[in-house]
Structures are given as structure tokens and as C-alpha cells.
Design a protein. Sequence first.
Length: 83
Amino acid sequence: SPVTSRNFNSAIRACQLDSWHVRDEAVSASELAAAIVHEAAHARIDRCVPYREELRDQIEAACIRRELAFARQLPDKDGLVEG
């Protein structure tokens, strides 16, 4: 499957970040770290629960919750966390 700016590739069991996204000076280190946390959550879930399309929304929601929990701890969380 093609790599978007970020994804978890279950076939090779790896979190992937598009190199243009990583090198983009407009993307902060905190944004990259939050993306890695999100994709790592996909990896962790994938180890425990076989992917099924009917679980897609629940899985994505869980990964977003992990990403936001991480982002809330950052000193530069503005823009990463709403409210």
C-alpha cells in the first residue's frame, strides 16, 4: 500500500513516515512525535486484535486518543490539541 504522510504497515510491521513530511520545516518535532505515537498505537492494537473493517472506526478512535494523550503532555501542545 502507498505511504501517506504516515501509516502503520502491518505487512512489514513498521510505522512509516513519508520522507517529505519528516523533512518539512513546517512540521514540528512534536507533530512528528505525535504521529509516531498514533502509528505505534496501530502497531500495538494490530498485535492484539486482527484487523477487521468493522473495527476500523474504533481502532482509529483509540489511536487518536493515544495521540492526544501524548500531545497534552507537550509544552508546545497548542495546535496539536484543541481545547
